[in-house]
Design a protein around this ligand. Structure first.
Ligand SMILES: O=C(O)C1=C[C@@H](OP(=O)(O)O)[C@@H](O)[C@H](O)C1
Ligand SMILES: C=C(OP(=O)(O)O)C(=O)O
Length: 411
């Protein structure tokens, strides 16, 4: 447990966040498949490190290669597809207890349709998995986009290595769409050809890529906590390095969302953004659909709480199967501060209190984003955060970076 307290808020802080974990994890898989990629500004998140260590294990000579990705969702999903096409090796893919309760049958069924040999080792539909790598011959599959976009990205990443590429038909409403776009754009940058028309994606095979250096933009989901700090502050400025307003990451939509919270963004040169407080006039009520940006839900809910803005956040159906059931976790913790929160399967409605309760201990439910989303409340009241080390899943330097704002952090 740590106690956070505002010492003396600085006028301006310079924050350097490492590369996007989503871009990093896609590129690591592609580098494994195509070799010729040089990756700059790779994420230092646990999730990326788990994937990197897992990929090193592919050279093991053991009969069965056992890989543990702990809490890393993209690593679990991307490796499932990659192991399935790694001919003549057998893998056991497992994760944390939570990972063993995050569904994977949509991806496993799609890979089986393509000819993969995958079996469930415990509960049907969930990791751990046993995967016997094969050369997959099929090239057509339909897959639901409603549960997680990561299943679709996983298939797209191995697609150029399939003999005839892959014809994907996405069924149902696609969640987290910008992550699928990101995968397509990254594939395209390394030379993979594709056609996309409505719910159909056709990815062409590619034998090899020309040597290419890829400069990974810093992580927009991690930047969200600083947008929240600026929104809650009177006049804080934060300079973020390695960001562009035009991004492969859907969470760059933060700029649009945080305009409503009075945050302005100025581009400095090619690669830096300055966040500043533009206005202190906000609406009393805000409605956002976050189906494209689920990782921003917690940050936005806490900013609303801090600014006394009642809100209705929708498009949150997938929050239940992330690091924790984020809808329940949010309701529990927002209510500790005095908010009235109603949740259903895909929505959160909040009525904010006129004064925030103090002396609150925020529980984090093994979810990095619970810890980081609540931290900006420190600008208003001292708070305590339980199991603070969870942040390393995506942003290991988070607490050190908060010290740069003038916040004292004591264990
Ligand atoms: O593809 C990716 O890199 C991600 C996709 C999203 O997951 P879902 O598609 O499961 O919503 C997002 O929440 C996750 O943090 C990263
Ligand atoms: C949901 C997340 O990650 P993943 O699904 O990759 O575990 C996240 O980082 O918020």
């Amino acid at each position: 447990m740590i106690s956070l307290m505002l010492n003396q808020l600085v006028d301006q802080a310079d924050i350097q966040i490492t590369g996007s974990k989503s871009e990093s994890n896609r590129l690591l898989v592609l580098k494994h498949l195509f070799k010729n990629l040089e990756l700059l500004n790779l994420s230092n998140s646990d999730d990326t490190q788990h994937l990197e260590s897992a990929l090193k294990r592919f050279d093991d000579s053991s009969e069965i290669i056992e890989i543990d990705v702990e809490h890393a969702g993209t690593a679990m999903r991307f490796l499932t597809a990659l192991c399935a096409v790694t001919d003549s090796q057998t893998f056991i893919l497992k994760g944390s207890q939570r990972m063993h309760n995050r569904p994977i049958s949509v991806l496993v069924d799609a890979l089986r349709t393509l000819g993969a040999d995958i079996s469930y080792l415990e509960k049907d539909g969930f990791p751990p998995l046993k995967i016997k790598g094969l050369t997959l011959k099929q090239d057509k599959v339909s897959i639901s986009g409603a549960v997680s976009s990561q299943y679709i990205s996983a298939l797209m990443l191995i697609a150029p290595k399939l003999e005839n590429g892959l014809h994907l038909q996405i069924e149902d409403q696609l969640t987290s769409k910008p992550y699928v776009e990101m995968t397509l754009q990254i594939l395209n940058k390394i030379g993979v050809q594709y056609e996309k028309s409505g719910d159909k994606i056709n990815i062409h095979p590619l034998k090899e890529v020309k040597p290419i250096a890829f400069h990974i933009e810093s992580d927009w989901s991690s930047a969200s906590y600083f947008f929240s700090f600026v929104a809650i502050s009177d006049d804080l400025k934060i300079k973020l390095s390695n960001y562009r307003q035009q991004s492969l990451q859907g969470d760059a939509q933060l700029i649009k969302f945080y305009q409503k919270f009075g945050v302005g963004v100025e581009q400095i040169g090619d690669k830096q953004l300055m966040l500043y407080k533009k206005t202190k006039v906000y609406p009393d009520f805000l409605k956002f659909n976050l189906i494209e940006t689920p990782d921003l839900a917690q940050t936005i809910a806490v900013t609303c709480l801090a600014l006394g803005i009642d809100c209705e956040l929708s498009g949150l159906k997938t929050l239940k199967i992330k690091e924790t059931d984020r809808l329940i976790a949010l309701k529990n913790e927002l209510e500790k501060f005095g908010a009235e929160v109603e949740i259903n399967l895909s929505q959160l409605k909040m009525k904010t209190p006129s004064v925030l309760n103090s002396d609150v201990e925020v529980y984090t439910y093994q979810d990095h984003r619970m810890a980081m989303a609540f931290a900006p409340l420190t600008l208003l009241i001292p708070i305590k955060i339980k199991d603070e080390n969870v942040v390393s899943k995506s942003y290991p330097n988070f607490w050190n970076d908060l010290r740069k704002l003038g916040i004292s952090i004591k264990s």
